[in-house]
Every structure is written in structure tokens, then in C-alpha cells.
Write a new protein. Structure first.
Length: 95
């Protein structure tokens, strides 16, 4: 936390037990992370939140086969929009 803003950095390559998703380039927000965000981070709406991710929710140009848009993350963007405490979602990956 810095000056009252909570910063959350997601590890989309964590598959619930390890970072093996990085080896197989299988990025996603697993259910445990999704629930943690909903129940621990976003339900504490008195503090603004900025969420960082390497993988975009929807790819712009190059990596169209691996956005955070399938599985549990089909609801990810809607979750961000539904919580007014979220100031921004900042991602990289598109070069």
C-alpha cells in the first residue's frame, strides 16, 4: 500500500499449486486467485486498488491466442468494472 492505494500484482502463470503455467505458457486467473480478489481485495472497498497483470484481458495485436478471457477469467473484466475501488488495470505483454 502506498499513500492509501493498494497495488495488486497478479501471477497469471500460477496454476493453483506452482508456476508451471509459465513453462507451458498457459496464463489464466485460477479460481483461488479470482476468489481472493473478490473476497479479500475488492470487498475492502474503502481502499482504492490498482491491479497489474502481465497478460492483457483482451489482446490487441500479437498474442490473440492467450488473453485472460477464457475460463474463470471470462468474468474477470466484469469483476473489475463492478468494484468501484478499482482505479486501473495495467497490463503489459503487447510489444
Amino acid at each position: 500500500m502506498y499513500k492509501g492505494i493498494r497495488f495488486v500484482i497478479l501471477n497469471e502463470f500460477w496454476d493453483g499449486t506452482s508456476d508451471d503455467g509459465l513453462r507451458h505458457y498457459n496464463a489464466d486467473i485460477v479460481e483461488q486467485t479470482y476468489l481472493w480478489l473478490c473476497n479479500t481485495v475488492f470487498n475492502n472497498n474503502d481502499k482504492p486498488v490498482i491491479v497489474f497483470s502481465h497478460i492483457p484481458v483482451a489482446p490487441y495485436i500479437y498474442h490473440t491466442s492467450n488473453p485472460l478471457a477464457g475460463g474463470i477469467t471470462g468474468d474477470f473484466w466484469q469483476m473489475l468494472e463492478n468494484h468501484k475501488c478499482v482505479l486501473a488495470f495495467i497490463c503489459g505483454h503487447e510489444h
